[in-house]
Write a protein that binds this ligand. Sequence first.
Ligand code: SF4
Length: 431
Amino acid sequence: MSIDPQKVRIEGIYQQRQDGCFMQRVKLPAGVVSSGQAGCIASVAERFGRGTIHLTSRGSMEIHWLKGEDLHLVKQELAKFGLTSRGACGGAVRGISCSSQDAARFPQLESLAREIHRNFTGNPRFEGLPKKFKIGIEADTVSGRHLIQDVGLVLAGDDDGVALYDIWIAGGLGREPQAGFLLEKAVPEMRIIPIIEAVVKVYARLAPPPKRVKFLATKFGEAELTRLVQGEPCYSEELPDRGGFKDNMTPAAEGRERLILPLFAGQLTAAELGKLALFADKNSAGLLQTTADQNIAFPLSADVDAKKAADELATFGEATSGAAARVTFRICPGNHECKMGLTATRDVAKTLIAAMPEEARGLVWALSGCGNSCTQPQLADVGIVSAKLVSEEDGGKTPRFDLYRRKGAGFGEKICNELTIDELIEKIRST
Ligand code: SF4
């Protein structure tokens, strides 16, 4: 079956670097996935792919090595467990990310993430956008992730039991990183979705493909973009209280421990994910969380012996990723699978980890296989971007890397341009 890669993007599917192979991204609002859903993803990867799963820095799962003729079956299998990929790629509202899973109020953030996901996913009014539209929800501003979203929400307290959020817009990384700006402070929760709709409408009307919302901030300035967004009729709307229960799967955090299984490059096999789903059934009420650093976390049930569970999880850790995973290092698929990739990111990262001095192993690292910066290198303590390939005299091509250092709030600063791999290793040794 011949598949038009452009037409299936909206289903969360990208063509891989390898001809005839596709990647299916699965949206997981706030990175939360049930054991049943994780088991489903594992079984799809086993049955239709090569039995591997990749975790992204936005909390999604990706299944590589799928064949065009199986893509509709993959969608059917995922749907059986309530999983959707609609809008996970292409010009649509992407998966709702949250890196604050360890915050006491995470259940509330997860609930809002699910409401936003439900409102925008699969709704034709919010598809066919000029490019991706990213939304992130955070408990605070420490990670800086609110600055890299088309709409970034930061919990800002309560008013009479109603959660308030600061709203940041027009941020993004990619080849032209730009920090978002504060649109409005302390907005009550029932106004959040209408305000996001206002931003999407202005974006759809005024930005040419393939520009992001940040293009509008540059073109019009922050004040004019604010005026345009606030001029949308829906901007001041409040959604009515619909009653019922909140949507979060994660229970309140009181008295619970949270265990994290570190994974190298967010990679794991279907068999491993299947085992982790069983571990979650036993220890965390069937709940797993994919973290912003591409690991898997388990919010333990209150009656679980945390020490015993940690010992059991440690055996998984060695089996899955080994020592390399002990360094927090966000790593994208690079040219192992991604069409855009300039470097073999997992191989480069292993070389760099081997060269790191002991004290550098406690830092947060990120490596991206191209300037798209999918691993958010500008928000890591040390960020590396594969910047270009240079033709050599022998006819081969060698990569060059840009190096970033982040020491305070905001984006990291680019401290070196276009280093060879040997120069990069030398810099890493002295980090
Ligand atoms: S950073 Fe580039 S190479 Fe890496 S996943 Fe994103 S697009 Fe692909």
